[in-house]
Ligand binder design. Structure first.
Ligand code: NAD
Length: 263
């Protein structure tokens, strides 16, 4: 299927590796002109070069930290000047540190809200005026299976992503008349460095090896596999497509069937 987004300008944040990169690669493969960011300017420029080489499309890499408002402003200005106004936005940031209620200090809460919730609010506010004038836009937020089923060792992530989900659902209604769709993509378990970090944390708590924890994650999943970044990116490319114009305000799980609830 041709997704009809050839030549569209797409911004994917936190995308030098992992799920963000998976989304950037799939959008570039669809012919989008893509901008990506990550904290380290050298790494992200290298990632942009690699995606460009793989897909034959123009990819811009910008060093920017999603926990800093000034970096988000600078990123948006850079993308506008280099490529134009983003027509597709995929919001992402590194996950907040793992922890439980007992292990989480009060000051960590605000940091997590800033990184996971406010970065998305800031980015979305930055791109919607042009999308509204053009009568077309696609906003996709990477959240987590934890918005359906909170994860015990990820208190901060559970909290901040629940807030983001409420924000997205509310603005989806408000922006629908402007031809803008707003959806969240919910990763389950995908083999990235984030999962390696979480496996290490759980391994420490349960006196097991990180490899044991990954094996347990696979065994617990109905597909007996772990996802990868391209499974995830393919779902993002579909939500960004012209065909997905009537899908908005949704939370789409990409989890191999791991979530057992009805809705
Ligand atoms: P990852 O660690 O593989 O990649 C994270 C990317 O974000 C990297 O490119 C990193 O450089 C960049 N990054 C980190 N902090 C940043 C910041 N402050 N500003 C800008 N860039 C930053 O992680 P991932 O697995 O791709 O996860 C992406 C998001 O999805 C995270 O929020 C994670 O918590 C969430 N998530 C992942 C999984 C999974 O299975 N991998 C499951 C549920 C939720």
């Amino acid at each position: 299927m041709n997704f009809g987004i050839d030549g569209k300008i797409a911004l994917v944040t936190a995308a030098s590796r992992g799920l963000g990169r998976g989304c950037a690669e799939q959008l570039a493969a669809e012919g989008c002109r893509v901008a990506i960011c990550a904290r380290d300017g050298v790494t992200v420029k290298q990632a942009a070069k690699e995606i460009s080489k793989k897909t034959g499309t123009e990819v811009l890499g910008v060093g920017a930290d999603m926990s800093k408002a000034e970096d988000i402003n600078r990123l948006l200005i850079n993308v506008r000047q280099s490529l134009g106004e983003p027509e597709i936005l995929v919001t992402n940031a590194g996950g907040p540190p793992p922890g439980t209620y007992a292990s989480t200090a009060l000051e960590e809460y605000e940091k997590a809200l800033n990184l996971t919730l406010m970065s998305a609010v800031h980015l979305i506010r930055g791109v919607t005026p042009a999308m509204q004038s053009n009568g077309w836009g696609r906003i996709i937020a990477i959240t987590s299976i934890s918005v359906k089923q909170p994860i015990g060792t990820l208190l901060l992530s559970n909290m901040a992503r629940a807030g983001l989900t409420g924000f997205l659902k509310t603005i989806a209604t408000e922006l629908a008349p402007d031809g803008i769709t707003v959806n969240a993509l919910l990763p389950g378990t995908h083999k990235t460095s984030r999962i390696e970090q979480l496996a290490k944390f759980r391994a420490g708590q349960e006196s097991k090896s990180p490899e044991d924890i990954i094996q347990e994650m696979m065994a617990a999943n109905p597909s007996h596999t772990i996802g990868d970044a391209s499974d995830f990116g393919a779902a993002a490319a579909f939500l960004a497509s012209v065909q997905a114009r009537y899908i908005t305000g949704q939370n789409l799980l990409v989890d191999g069937g791991n979530y057992r609830g009805l809705l």
